[in-house]
Each structure stands twice: as C-alpha cells, then as structure tokens.
Ligand binder design. Structure first.
Ligand code: ADP
Ligand code: MG
Length: 200
C-alpha cells in the first residue's frame, strides 16, 4: 500500500464512517452511551485532513500524523485505543515506500500490544480487541491481509454472545449479551478497507 493507496484508504474510511455513523451509534446505544459512530467519524475526519496535509510524506509518517490527529480529535479513552491501529501501522512502516504484508502484520501486532497496555482488554471481554487480535494472529501465521479482515469480521460475530467485562457495556443487563460490540465492528470496517486498498 503506497502513498496514493494510503490516501485512498483515508478517503474511503471517511466515506464509510460517514455512512456508518448512525448504525454504530445505534449499536452503542444498546450497550453503551450511543456515541461510538460520532466519535469515530470525528476521528476519521481529522485523520483524513491530516493525511492530505501530509500527502508528500511516505505512508509511515503519514499514518503517524493521522494517528495523532485522530487521537486529538476524539479525546477520550475510546478514541485513543482506535488511534493505536494507525500508530502501529505507521511505526511498522517506518520510512518504507509502501506497506507490504509483513509491515501490516507487525503493525497490527504492535497495535494489539498498545491496546492491551492502555485498555487491559483480554479476548472475550467484548471489545474492539476481539476483532483486532484475531486479525493480527492470522497475519502472524503468514496468511493474506484479506484473511485478516475476514477474521476481524468473525471476531465481531463472536462478540454478540459475549458478556462485557470492560467498558460501559458491563453496566447493562447481562453485559450486553445479544448485541454486537460497536468498537469491534469499527475495527472490522477499517480492516476490510485496508484489505481492499492493499495490493500484494
Ligand atoms: P466510550 O465507551 O468512551 O463511549 P466509544 O463509544 O467511542 O467510547 O467506544 C466504545 C468501544 O470502545 C467499545 O465498543 C469497545 O470496543 C471499546 N472499548 C471500551 N473499553 C475498552 C478497553 N478497555 N479496551 C479495549 N477496547 C475498549
Ligand atoms: Mg460510547
């Protein structure tokens, strides 16, 4: 994924999260405070602006700029967790001209590590980590980026039967069992788009 594709990635994310803002808010309203779609969209708007402002940079620094912008725009703990995805990818990319499969694998592994450090989530807690970690593990096994996106989608599916141990969902009846985790859903949307932009 070169500079042009990285810019297209942010273009597409802005479009996707503009479309998904209300559905994601509705999911969050079932198990949280109903703001997840709006928060992520605010982050994606800032990330998009920042990526275009750094259009002359290589993908790594561009992703790092976008991560910082995303984090600043979203503020709270939730936004910071999602920014780690761009941060992990940007750090792994370094000064490379394009992101290859190995860079994406290292980037997602780093994002998992950062998310765990910040949020202390474990698998089964019904969070975005339940979509992020399965995707990362698939890449670590040497499988293609498209398989990682599919694993994230299966991870979202699995969150429906989980009872939350973290986040606001732990305060609702039966930990929100029966509802998908909105954060996991967002991770799957981002990774699906990453896989669309990525040409091996
Ligand atoms: P907030 O919970 O502050 O309203 P959002 O609604 O934007 O933030 O995000 C909620 C999502 O954040 C949840 O669906 C879950 O996936 C994720 N999340 C919450 N707490 C954690 C945590 N400790 N570790 C990882 N992810 C978390
Ligand atoms: Mg919320």
């Amino acid at each position: 994924m070169d500079r042009t594709q990285t810019l297209s990635f942010f273009d597409a994310l802005l479009e996707i999260f503009t479309r998904e803002e209300q559905p994601l808010n509705a999911l969050d309203a079932q198990i949280g405070d109903g703001d997840h779609g709006t928060t992520i969209l605010r982050g994606m708007l800032a990330a998009h602006t920042s990526a275009h402002a750094s259009a002359s940079l290589r993908p790594g620094p561009m992703l790092l700029e976008a991560a910082t912008a995303f984090q600043k725009a979203t503020g709270g703990a939730g936004g910071t967790l999602f920014a780690q995805l761009f941060k992990g990818l940007g750090t792994a990319a370094g000064g490379a001209k394009a992101l290859d499969r190995e860079i994406i694998a290292r980037g997602l592994a780093d994002a998992c590590r950062l998310v765990q450090k910040l949020g202390r989530a474990r698998r089964g807690d019904k969070t975005m980590f339940d979509a992020l970690e399965p995707a990362s593990l698939i890449l670590t096994e040497g499988k293609p980026v498209a398989d990682a996106a599919a694993a994230a989608c299966s991870g979202v599916e699995a969150t429906r039967d989980m009872s939350a141990a973290l986040g606001r969902a732990r305060f609702v009846a039966d930990g929100g069992r029966g509802h998908y985790d909105p954060g996991a859903w967002s991770i799957a949307l981002i990774l699906e788009e990453l896989s669309r932009q990525f040409t091996p």
